[in-house]
Design a protein around this ligand. Structure first.
Ligand code: SF4
Length: 278
């Protein structure tokens, strides 16, 4: 092939490739413009979750004792404590199955669509007359907020989880929530992380891996227990094969209840606890 023919062939090929790229690119751009901006403006714009969702429970301790007792006896998690001395619901144990709401015909417990459920103190997960709402105290962990309020890298460890909590954490990385716009990222290595998000009841098989991951994170570090399994063992709380809650082996800074917690519950918890600045 002569030099001239080769040059023409190359010119022709590049022309075709250019056309193809242009066509594809314009299609891509058109698609992008057609889709518009999909990322939520939360927390500036509030989001309402529709009603089949079970969020913060409203509990009526004035309800008939026999109804409360019936619910407590039928709770698969033993999350309801009903006695003459003390009445309450352990949000850390609850799997939000709705059985108590159904049995009491909403007279005792009614689940609202409020997704604000997290707290930094385990004892606040016990909802009773004196503590009707889990909340994140403003004054605690000011040092942590100063350190991580603008940039937070987290390593996620599934310590025997069923993948529900893990998937709902993944959802935070989709274009709708776009977690990275808040300066929060899920990273692949504990060496790059400021803390861990633990899901699952911490099976004995995963205990060593979890401890190794924790140790690999440089100080100061934080631990977040996501979901009722990580907080209390969830449906596996009686199994001898789990440690039934991260708190039994590591100091937990933030508890995010749910089964699994809604992505908005986790997002709100992270914003509130770390006082993320936009
Ligand atoms: S919703 Fe929670 S408290 Fe009610 S029965 Fe189910 S696990 Fe128990």
């Amino acid at each position: 092939m002569s030099k001239v023919t080769l040059e023409r062939t190359l010119e022709h090929t590049f022309e075709r490739i250019g056309k193809l790229v242009n066509e594809r690119l314009s299609k891509l751009l058109f698609n992008r413009f057609e889709q518009g901006y999909r990322t939520t403006k939360y927390p500036d714009h509030l989001i309402h979750i529709p009603s089949p969702y079970r969020g913060r429970p409203e509990i009526n301790f004035e309800c008939d004792y026999s109804i409360m007792n019936l619910c407590a006896q039928n709770c698969p998690q033993q999350a309801l404590l009903i006695s003459e001395e003390r009445k309450g619901m352990d949000l850390g144990k609850c799997v939000f199955c709705g059985e108590c709401e159904r049995l009491s015909e909403e007279k005792f417990i009614h689940f609202t669509t409020d997704f604000s459920l997290a707290t930094a103190r385990h004892e606040e997960l016990f909802l009773c007359d004196e503590n009707p709402l889990p909340k994140i105290e403003k004054e605690i962990n000011e040092k942590i907020r100063k350190l991580f309020g603008r940039s937070l890298q987290l390593r996620q460890v599934s310590a025997g989880g069923c993948n529900a909590c893990e998937q709902d954490i993944n959802v935070l990385n989709t274009p709708f929530f776009d977690l990275s716009r808040l300066g929060i990222q899920i990273v692949a290595s504990p060496r790059h992380a400021d803390g861990i998000m633990v899901t699952g009841p911490v099976t004995k098989n995963m205990q060593q891996a979890l401890m190794k991951t924790y140790k690999a994170i440089p100080d100061p570090k934080i631990v977040i227990a996501v979901g009722s399994c990580a907080i209390s063992g969830g449906p596996f709380y009686q199994s001898s094969e789990v440690v039934a809650g991260v708190e039994n082996i590591l100091p937990v800074d933030l508890f995010i209840p749910g089964c699994p917690p809604h992505p908005l519950t986790t997002l709100k918890a992270l914003i509130d606890y770390f006082k993320v600045t936009l």
